[in-house]
Write a protein that binds this ligand. Structure first.
Ligand SMILES: *[C@@H]1O[C@H](CO)[C@@H](O)[C@H](O)[C@H]1NC(C)=O
Ligand SMILES: *[C@@H]1O[C@H](CO)[C@@H](O)[C@H](O)[C@H]1NC(C)=O
Ligand SMILES: *[C@@H]1O[C@H](CO)[C@@H](O)[C@H](O)[C@H]1NC(C)=O
Ligand SMILES: *[C@@H]1O[C@H](CO)[C@@H](O)[C@H](O)[C@H]1NC(C)=O
Ligand SMILES: *[C@@H]1O[C@H](CO)[C@@H](O)[C@H](O)[C@H]1NC(C)=O
Ligand SMILES: *[C@@H]1O[C@H](CO)[C@@H](O)[C@H](O)[C@H]1NC(C)=O
Ligand SMILES: *[C@@H]1O[C@H](CO)[C@@H](O)[C@H](O)[C@H]1NC(C)=O
Ligand SMILES: *[C@@H]1O[C@H](CO)[C@@H](O)[C@H](O)[C@H]1NC(C)=O
Ligand SMILES: *[C@@H]1O[C@H](CO)[C@@H](O)[C@H](O)[C@H]1NC(C)=O
Ligand SMILES: *[C@@H]1O[C@H](CO)[C@@H](O)[C@H](O)[C@H]1NC(C)=O
Length: 798
């Protein structure tokens, strides 16, 4: 009976489908409409059939009016949607039955739901002869009687930007709580705009626009992806697709995880590959793990909740974690204690920050403050930060402090977290993946006699892989993002590639133009096929095998910071080992301080200060941020190159073996470094850690201030004194308050006293016994605190 009824009901529907099954139209005229029931059909199609537009099925009976890439019959890549959007619940769909999109006689394109209510309209009223067309660019346009465009979908983007579509001051891309837009200062930014907080996370909020390489003074505010795969913004930001060139379909999408990526379509597979992205370290995306959540790289990218907290919504990390205990403010302080989260911190929202106080005092301040939820304590100089709002939590592997979460004393997690932690440390991190990546580098599993470096390389590779694979899986599994993204994600670009020897021989004109010579080899100028100027370093005396070399340079190739010379690629063929670097216009710092350049263009004080800061930044990145354990080992003026604008770029990093930071057992097979800049521990045969770079930096800093090669001793009052005597002398001069006697005479007193004192003091502290030396991060902070640029606001809480 029921079946019969079904048939009776279905028959007219079926017949209608057959009748209306006309081929998709290219233009819609007034009075026409399409119904939700017919969502299987395409409403409009672009002349070249790249894009389609119509009803898109979001779920059972739930439709959106959208434009998508017609990459394959089944898989749609939606690039625009008309339905109203909210960060919490996404697009609000219309019901399949009874909804319709129609172009009424006023020329208004409207989307109506089942009960006749209008959920979206184009707000156009250009009359009877209005037409709607989907252009080859993917732009849905409404033309008036005289064929002028009165509305276009390109002017109200959702989460995707198509080639030729302008991102302007009036438009933004939005996905969940994450926005890509032009800020009031003309800078293209990404913002987390959550229910409780808003914070900018890209470009880095730690630095001002200039330091992030952006220009605040071009008020054009336009960013556009061109047909070649260049995404260029008026503030100077640019990314180039790794497959740049014409004829490839691309898009830029701000993904649900808050990063924006460029995708290219593989025409043969119909899949999208990631060919560019903004944020490299996903933990820097604010709001990623939600309120109270912690982003952690230590065993693959993951979000986790602090002890005694649970996920608010097990399917969505953006919603964060909530306490599993009562947070009644009326409770007595005796009921609470703290659980340590090693090396963790939450960005911003400090209730108070106090320096030089004891751990117990910090503990008590938070305990006695009912609004305090947690505190971060940094030993050493005793920094105490109490927090009343916990966002953007991150575990930094080498953060010299810990976070403490306030939890009830009777909490179960006090015991369970400790045991959990122990069980974690017993397992080798990601052992399975390690093997995978080791084989990726072409090692043999039976070769047990690996060098330390090798293991680190493997772990690093594994981490990288984990970050990429797990990260993707973790974040997108729950959000129904097409699986094709996964493949693309593995191909994250960094334009780093392997060159053939022939290519490089041609690029350098058979190694004609020599730029310089260093311990590791000779550097030549070269021009690649794409006209990019590069510096090609031909390594002499390479003892490493092919695989080791390959692994090492691949890691270096991933390091990307404005104060570090970028490596574009390498060549390893037979006995030849070459490295391809970005070309830095000006020569090295030594030439400007003591060499031939110093007479014709003496570095001014502010240039010196900037070079000192830039160098510190680059080293801080190497030590603390990028791969967590790169020690340069040969910091000296020869290795600090100057850009056209006299910004510092450190060269030759990563060539020393990658050292595990603070390791007590890392052995260098042979010493590296240059006499005069080498820390005493080299000679004492002590384990080497990042503090050797801090020492060398101290020496360089003194040379920047004095303009004299003090590392090799100087002539003082007709007496040859060595470096240590010089430092004693300089300390004495500083204590008498006469910093001017230390500063380069050639500046004729044109220097900033406060900055000079800070720099000399930092230099002295760098030359201390190594446990007393500051970290590069701390040096950056101190230098920045005497930066006289007006627009620097310290955003980080440490
Ligand atoms: C139609 O339904 C929506 C939601 O189901 C409701 O918000 C709206 O008020 C209704 N409109 C009318 C005219 O009934
Ligand atoms: C509407 O205008 C655009 C741009 O001028 C044009 O490409 C398109 O063909 C027009 N549509 C119709 C139906 O003429
Ligand atoms: C994008 O901006 C350029 C330059 O301002 C302009 O010529 C072009 O028409 C704009 N494109 C669209 C689709 O608005
Ligand atoms: C501003 O940016 C636009 C678009 O990128 C560019 O065409 C223009 O030359 C820039 N103006 C200045 C003054 O740099
Ligand atoms: C498309 O993907 C296939 C298989 O993954 C690959 O072999 C091919 O090189 C890709 N095409 C392009 C243009 O990248
Ligand atoms: C707070 O505690 C006091 C005394 O312990 C009690 O009288 C009061 O009712 C409590 N207030 C609330 C809101 O629980
Ligand atoms: C900590 O700093 C706050 C201001 O940030 C101040 O009110 C408070 O007295 C300081 N506490 C201690 C113990 O120094
Ligand atoms: C905080 O409480 C402890 C006892 O719980 C007390 O000894 C200490 O004086 C209090 N500190 C402040 C700043 O109120
Ligand atoms: C469509 O996407 C699914 C997963 O998202 C994939 O398994 C399938 O192979 C794709 N189909 C085509 C034709 O690309
Ligand atoms: C896309 O990814 C596939 C495998 O993931 C790869 O074979 C292909 O070369 C990539 N294509 C482009 C254009 O990067």
């Amino acid at each position: 009976m029921a079946a019969l009824l079904y048939l009776v009901l279905l028959l007219p529907l079926l017949s209608f489908k057959i009748c209306s099954g006309a081929s998709p139209r290219q233009t819609m005229t007034t009075g026409s409409h399409i119904r939700g029931e017919d969502h299987g059909e395409v409403f409009l199609i672009s002349p070249d059939r790249t894009f389609s537009c119509g009803f898109h099925e979001l779920g059972t009976n739930a439709l959106t009016f959208s434009i998508w890439y017609t990459t394959s019959a089944t898989n749609r890549t939606v690039v625009w949607t008309a339905n109203p959007y909210s960060a919490e619940s996404g697009y609000s769909p219309v019901n399949k039955y009874g909804s319709r999109i129609s172009l009424n006689h006023d020329g208004n394109l409207i989307l109506t739901d089942t009960n006749g209510s209008m959920v979206w309209e184009s707000r156009t009223s250009s009359g009877k002869h209005t037409t709607v067309t989907l252009l080859n660019s993917g732009n849905l346009v409404i033309n008036d009687t005289s064929n002028n465009i009165v509305w276009q979908s390109f002017h109200s983007p959702t989460d995707t930007l198509l080639p030729g579509q302008n991102l302007t001051k009036d438009t933004r891309l939005v996905s969940g709580y994450h926005h890509l837009y032009f800020d009031n200062d003309n800078v293209l930014r990404m913002l987390y705009d959550g229910p409780e907080i808003t914070s900018i996370y890209w470009p880095s909020p730690d630095y001002n626009a200039e330091k992030n390489g952006r220009n605040r003074f071009n008020s054009t505010r336009i960013a556009v992806l061109d047909d070649m795969g260049n995404f260029v913004s008026s503030d100077g930001f640019k990314i180039e697709a790794s497959d740049s060139g014409p004829g490839i379909k691309r898009r830029i999408t701000i993904d649900y995880d808050g990063n924006f990526r460029m995708y290219s379509l593989n025409a043969s597979t119909g899949k999208w590959n990631v060919t560019g992205q903004a944020v490299i370290q996903m933990c820097y995306v604010h709001g990623l793990c939600g309120k109270n959540g912690l982003c952690d790289y230590s065993s693959g990218l993951q979000c986790r909740c602090p002890p005694d907290y649970e996920m608010v919504d097990p399917t969505n990390w953006n919603k964060g974690c909530r306490p599993m205990f009562s947070t009644d403010k009326n409770q007595s302080t005796e009921d609470f204690t703290f659980v340590k989260q090693p090396h963790a911190d939450y960005y911003g929202f400090d209730l108070s920050s106090n320096k030089s106080i004891s751990f117990e005092a910090c503990w008590n301040i938070c305990l006695n403050t009912s609004t305090c939820l947690s505190f971060t304590y940094k030993g050493g100089d005793g920094w105490c930060y109490t927090k009343d709002l916990l966002y953007n939590g991150q575990v930094y592997m080498y953060f010299p402090g810990d976070n403490y979460m306030k939890v009830p004393k009777n909490s179960n997690s006090l015991i369970s977290t400790i045991s959990k932690k122990e069980s974690l440390t017993c397992e080798p991190p990601g052992s399975e993946v390690m093997l995978g990546s080791a084989s990726m580098y072409g090692t043999k599993k039976d070769n047990i006699n690996w060098t330390y470096f090798y293991v680190f390389a493997a772990i690093l590779g594994a981490l990288e892989l984990l970050v990429i694979v797990t990260g993707w899986y973790f974040f997108f599994k729950k959000h129904n993002i097409p699986k094709s993204m996964e493949d693309g994600y593995k191909m994250i670009t960094n334009q780093f590639r392997r060159f053939t020897y022939r290519e490089l021989r041609e690029a350098t004109g058979k190694f004609k133009e020599e730029l310089g010579r260093g311990g590791a080899g000779i550097v030549y100028r070269g021009v690649l096929e794409d006209k990019k100027i590069v510096a090609v370093k031909k390594l002499t005396d390479v003892r490493q095998g092919e695989e080791e070399f390959w692994a090492e340079v691949t890691l270096i190739g991933r390091i990307n910071h404005i104060n570090l010379v970028r490596m574009w690629g390498f060549c390893s063929e037979g006995p030849n080992r070459l490295l391809v670097y970005e070309y830095v216009e000006n020569e090295s710092l030594d030439k400007y301080l003591f060499g031939e350049r110093s007479t014709e263009s003496l570095l001014g004080w502010s240039q010196r200060y900037r070079l000192a800061l830039g160098t510190a930044r680059g080293l801080a990145y190497l030590h603390h941020e990028c791969l967590e354990w790169v020690v340069h080992c040969d910091v000296k003026p020869e290795n600090i190159l100057l850009t056209r604008d006299f910004d510092a770029k450190i060269a030759d990093f990563g060539l020393a073996k990658l050292a595990k930071r603070d390791s007590t057992s890392f052995n260098f097979t042979h010493m590296r470094g240059t006499m005069g800049y080498m820390a005493p521990e080299w000679a004492l045969n002590l384990p080497i850690n990042a503090k050797v770079d801090v020492y060398s930096y101290g020496v360089v800093l003194l040379e920047i201030v004095t303009g004299i090669r003090v590392s090799s001793g100087i002539l003082l009052e007709e007496r040859q004194i060595d470096f240590l005597e010089f430092v004693q002398e300089a300390k004495h001069i500083l204590s008498t308050g006469n910093v001017g006697d230390i500063v380069d005479d050639r500046l004729h007193g044109h220097f900033d006293t406060e900055q000079a004192i800070a720099m000399v003091k930092i230099a002295f502290s760098c030359l201390e016994e190594r446990s007393k030396r500051p970290t590069m991060d701390e040096i950056v902070k101190v230098l920045m605190s005497c930066d006289d640029e007006d627009d620097y606001h310290p955003a980080y809480s440490y």
